[in-house]
Write a protein of this length. Structure first.
Length: 208
């Protein structure tokens, strides 16, 4: 069980991330200063810099908070997934998408994606890529489970199939965050149309 000092540190970190997320959403990433985040979190600027080097580190920490929560929810689904491939994939992707704007706005996602692309070898860029990889691995794991349950053909490369599905989701999510007018419902419909075609192709054939 963590001691008092560790609990206090975790509580301060939580306040900092909550404050940063609220101010980034309200005033925009570029328009938010570290000083304002410190005031909102009721900590000193020095305390923030003890945790994070810059705003980019704060942003990726918020992304990590979001991704870790969806990974946990995805793990619960994988513990007892639907036996129909289409339903299982739809449910997992719904977990990812419905949580995507809880902590981050579309504008925050755009900044996170831009920084990870411009600085792929930075700590931020590496962390962002690792989070994407964890999500991709979870999709691959689901396909493997569906294959074991007989919902996916035995000759299918489950890892490659999971990567194709995740890459489709990721590509369309990028389009979603670029378009301020697109709704989550429309994004789900578009992803569903594409994944269904692929899942029909790799699905186990019904016995005649």
């Amino acid at each position: 069980m963590p001691g008092l000092r560790e609990r206090q540190k975790a509580e301060r970190d939580d306040r900092i991330l909550t404050a940063a997320a609220e101010l980034f959403r309200a005033g925009g990433y570029d328009g938010t200063k570290i000083e304002a985040i410190a005031q909102h979190a009721e900590v000193s600027q020095g305390t923030i810099y003890n945790y994070y080097e810059n705003k980019g580190d704060l942003l990726v920490a918020i992304v990590a908070m979001e991704v870790n929560e969806v990974l946990a929810a995805g793990s619960r689904l994988l513990a007892n997934p639907p036996r129909q491939a289409r339903l299982a994939v739809d449910k997992l992707f719904a977990i990812y998408l419905e949580h995507s704007l809880v902590y981050l706005s579309k504008e925050m996602w755009r900044h996170a994606m831009a920084i990870s692309t411009q600085q792929p070898d930075s700590r931020f860029g590496r962390s962002y890529s690792e989070l994407d990889q964890h999500l991709s691995d979870q999709v691959c794991m689901l396909i493997g489970l569906l294959q074991s349950a007989g919902a996916i053909r035995e000759d299918v490369d489950a890892t490659a199939a999971g990567q194709v599905l995740f890459n489709t989701l990721n590509m369309m999510f990028i389009g979603f965050v670029k378009d301020e007018d697109m709704t989550l419902a429309e994004l789900k419909r578009q992803i569903g149309r594409q994944t269904r075609v692929f899942l029909i192709e790799i699905g186990a054939k019904k016995p005649e």
